[in-house]
Write a protein that binds this ligand. Sequence first.
Ligand code: ATP
Length: 225
Amino acid sequence: MITFSQLQVGYQRQAVAPEITLHLNTGSMTALTGANGSGKSTLLKTLAGLLPAVSGRWAIDSARAQIGWMPQRAELESHFPITVFELVAMGCWSRCGWFGGINRAHRKEIMACLEKVNMADFAQAQPGTLSGGQLQRVLFARLLMQQCRVWLLDEPFSGVDQNTTSLLLKILHQQHQQGGTLLVVLHDRAMVAHDFPQQLHLDVEKARFRPTLSVTASQSEVIAC
Ligand SMILES: Nc1ncnc2c1ncn2[C@@H]1O[C@H](COP(=O)(O)OP(=O)(O)OP(=O)(O)O)[C@@H](O)[C@H]1O
């Protein structure tokens, strides 16, 4: 479960999003929506442990190593001199240490994750030579390798074509079916309504109201606010 208690997120003690008090159940799949600048990325970075809260509290009932965070594409550095295989191998550092601890079973697992996103043929390529959609598939392979229970994903489908979006969405649904907790920043309303059982909406215009968590798709009932 992810719990927010009067949480305000921001920078240098200045809040950039409305106060949040609610909880997301373990195994829930939530779209995090809101206008540009409403604080979605800041909220994910806070949950990922990269920023301190401005005020209030949050808690995730998973160990730090069980939380997988994928930043927006613009924040990624893809020009490190490593291969795609090594990038995906980074996903298992908490289980096997850095590269020295990777055994044959881990190598098989890394290749299986790359196959799952149709990127096995690119194992020896440099991430900097991949297209945006190919790099996104590789980052999903790394996420699978991490075996995290909580996924915090920041606009994972931005700039990604329909085929890759379908493939990556399938992986999200599988993770959800296996009991994972997902919080995913999205701007695509149709996808939110069709693929995400619930939506957490940050509304900067209504900062004095609490952000709402609502059921999407067939129901419109507000279940917590
Ligand atoms: N490092 C930073 N220092 C200070 N302010 C920042 C920093 N990064 C972002 N901000 C500000 O925080 C606010 C929220 O930014 P954030 O990136 O969380 O919004 P967002 O909802 O993810 O937007 P988008 O949909 O455009 O990605 C914005 O006003 C932004 O200018």
